[in-house]
Ligand binder design. Structure first.
Ligand SMILES: *Cc1c(COP(=O)(O)O)cnc(C)c1O
Length: 428
């Protein structure tokens, strides 16, 4: 069981909303920091070599990245803008893991300029990397275990996933990288997303440790790290439980002691690149009820839409909803909670039991701290919302302003439109 509590009272949130219009995402700094420290503590059993590279795509806000960097995290970037964002937040060099796929050559060049650890997704990328600026001293390859490993609902089966090298390609790839001048090596895999079973990550670690042993022996190279990727899930539903990170770490440690130590391959660092478990539970989409509708079902219409948080519409994902001021009220009604897009799947919840809702109520949609604002879009002319940080002293600061219509139009040239000859209508 996981308690789903919004960190502020209704009165405090109303005061914030009097200054900042809904909808917006609100992130809880104290909770993010406490969780970051808890994560590091849980994995401390793996020694100094453990490091988390926060997956920038989950919450690409430089204020958040700066907080996480202060807590000792690096950044996992997958594109040139994400590398630039990490650099702006003061994260550079080997504190950036560049895990991308189908990578444009210019992005390899940017990663090399930043001194990032380049994690290759495909054997053909060795040539692109060489052409982009040369094979660096430290390089990593992403493994796809294929049918060896079962996938899960979001990421699918590994053998159907587009990511990574096959085992055979890894042998050839590392040989090629070594011939090209690489001296330090990492091995990466990521085979799950939003996975709650701790055994899953232990098995993944075991698989990587065994592969490191095999590759080290066959190729004669020394591995510096394994990167288990991201994918640690969070309890979106109150009846779910957070992944026991200490259990994962202890399982990884035994696998390490069993496989890596006797093979003489220690020290080998353990990296992860999680996003969701780091910030997910500490973000809330705050929205106001602007419309109630009673037809074949009862609808609660919000001023937010799937353009602000698309996980429910995209994956049918559950996001808990708190109606402010009605936290203790009985859930007596059943509603579909909707946004205003001209898309029938623009629903935050379907058939959700909630206390009786009225127009004007404020709601907090939980667990928007990862893959929330970041997945936002402008369909139907919806503008991206602001992001706020609830600081440890209780103050609230804007860490990204809301888009305006001018932002929405900023890529259009209306001066050219005025002189644009549309010509006569077709089908005269
Ligand atoms: C998405 C992604 C992550 C982060 O995933 P979470 O589920 O947020 O932990 C890490 N690494 C890679 C390569 C990814 O694609």
């Amino acid at each position: 069981m996981t308690e789903k509590r919004f960190p502020l009272s209704k009165a405090r949130l109303e005061a914030i909303c009097a200054e900042h219009p809904t909808p917006f995402h609100l992130y809880d700094e104290a909770a993010i920091r406490e969780n970051a420290r808890g994560l590091k503590k849980a994995f401390a059993v793996l020694g100094d070599g453990f490091k988390e590279f926060f997956a920038v795509k989950a919450l690409p806000n430089p204020f958040i990245l700066k907080i996480l960097a202060a807590e000792g995290f690096g950044a996992d970037a997958s594109s040139l803008p994400e590398i630039a964002l990490a650099l702006k937040a003061g994260i550079g060099g080997e504190d950036i893991m560049f895990s991308s796929n189908d990578t444009p050559q210019a992005e390899f060049a940017a990663a090399l300029r930043a001194g990032a650890i380049v994690n290759l997704d495909d054997i053909s990328h060795i040539e692109s990397l060489a052409a982009a600026g040369g094979i660096p001293e430290l390089v990593c390859c992403r493994y796809n275990p294929g049918a060896l490993k079962q996938g899960n609902a979001i990421i699918g089966k590994p053998e159907e996933a587009k990511y990574g090298f096959t085992r055979g390609q890894l042998l050839e790839g590392y040989r090629g990288l070594e011939a090209g001048g690489a001296k330090r090596f990492g091995l990466h895999t990521m085979v799950a997303s939003n996975e709650l079973d701790p055994e899953y990550f232990i098995e993944t670690g075991r698989l990587l440790f065994e592969l490191v042993a095999e590759l080290s022996e066959k190729i004669g190279i020394r591995f510096e790290f394994v990167n288990l990727g991201g994918g640690i899930g969070i309890p979106y539903r109150p009846e779910q439980t957070a992944v026991p990170l200490a259990r994962v770490a202890a399982g990884l440690k035994s696998a390490y002691d069993e496989i890596i130590v006797p093979a003489g391959l220690s020290p080998l660092k353990t990296y992860i690149e999680c996003g969701r478990v780091v910030t997910g539970p500490y973000g809330y989409l705050v929205s106001r009820v602007i419309h109630m509708k009673d037809t074949y079902r009862k609808y609660v219409g919000l001023d937010a839409s799937m353009a602000n948080l698309m996980r429910p519409a995209l994956y049918g994902a559950y996001h808990h909803i708190t109606v402010l001021g009605k936290e203790e009220a009985e859930p007596m009604e059943t509603y579909d909670v909707t946004g205003s897009l001209c898309e029938n799947n623009d629903k935050f919840a379907i058939g959700r039991r909630l206390p009786a809702v009225e127009v004007g109520d404020l709601v907090a949609i939980h667990d928007s701290g990862a893959h929330g604002h970041a997945m936002g879009f402008n369909y139907n002319g919806k503008l991206r919302s602001a992001e706020f940080l609830l600081r440890e002293d209780g103050s609230v600061v804007e860490i990204r302003r809301a888009e305006t219509m001018d932002d929405y139009f900023s890529t259009l040239d209306f001066a050219r439109l005025d002189s644009f000859e549309a010509g006569e209508r077709h089908g005269r």
